[in-house]
Design a protein around this ligand. Structure first.
Ligand code: URA
Length: 239
């Protein structure tokens, strides 16, 4: 990686600011002053210091966000705010991206990282990583629906889903409303909403609670995020 990029990604300023900083001869690589921003370094092997302090650089960043409604889980959008707009400047330096998508009106757990390998593993259709959702649904969910979901259901495009675990949390017969928890092992477009539609029910509120071993931290307010712990990262990598 170019030294100016490494320094910029470590939060020392823009590329331009970093170049200026280097001219003051306070940046050293393996003990030698370096003023050329184009010099290449190996972040894992080379010792980079600024003003005598070793550089705190992490190649990969991992965050969990409690995504609010009204925000798009993409890296850019012309009309709406994206989840990246919710990140502090410092946390967007290494260009994390959302792992998979939640609909604009879905809340809950979203992982953001620049670790492409982990993203690929978590989203790979072959890996069948569990995703747990909580939903409020119009209509009365029945044991027959639970049984149907165990076999997988057929969506509006004739796709037959993998078996899914549907759990009835509460039923309000009077208001014709149900609360459910649903675990799915794939990630088709609008999958939870379309699965409920296949049994004649409409999702009116949807929140993701977990992805593989990672559970949404209930201390995270909507629209906020935190770094994953080392243990959480380890568990996700093993998922
Ligand atoms: N299923 C949906 O229908 N929407 C989501 O956002 C996630 C899963």
């Amino acid at each position: 990686m170019r030294l100016d990029k490494l320094l910029a990604h470590s939060g020392l300023g823009t590329r331009k600011e970093v170049k200026k900083l280097m001219k003051t001869k306070i940046v050293k690589v393996n003990g030698e002053v370096v003023t050329d921003p184009k010099v290449h370094v190996e972040p894992d092997q080379d010792q980079v210091s600024v003003g005598g302090e070793p550089l705190d650089y992490q190649e990969f960043v991992y965050f969990m966000m409690n995504k609010p409604q009204g925000v798009i889980s993409a890296t850019e959008d012309l009309m709406h705010e994206t989840v990246l707009d919710l990140l502090e400047m410092q946390d967007s330096l290494q260009e994390p991206h959302p792992v998979g998508r939640l609909d604009i009106d879905t809340e809950g757990l979203l992982i953001l990282t620049n670790d492409g390998k982990l993203t690929h593993r978590l989203l790979s259709p072959k890996k069948h990583v569990d995703k747990l959702y909580y939903a409020k649904v119009e209509g009365v969910v029945t044991e027959a629906d639970v049984d149907a979901f165990k076999e997988g259901v057929t969506l509006d495009d004739d796709y037959h889903t993998l078996p899914a675990d549907l759990e009835i949390v509460s039923i309000d017969e009077e208001r014709q409303l149900s609360e459910i928890r649903l675990t799915i092992r794939e990630g088709k477009f609008h999958q939870v909403k379309r699965m409920m539609q296949s049994v004649g029910k409409e999702v009116v509120y949807l929140k993701r609670l977990s992805m593989g071993p990672l559970e949404l931290d209930d201390k995270l307010e909507l629209g906020t995020y935190r770094e994953l712990t080392k243990e959480e990262i380890r568990q996700l990598k093993e998922a």
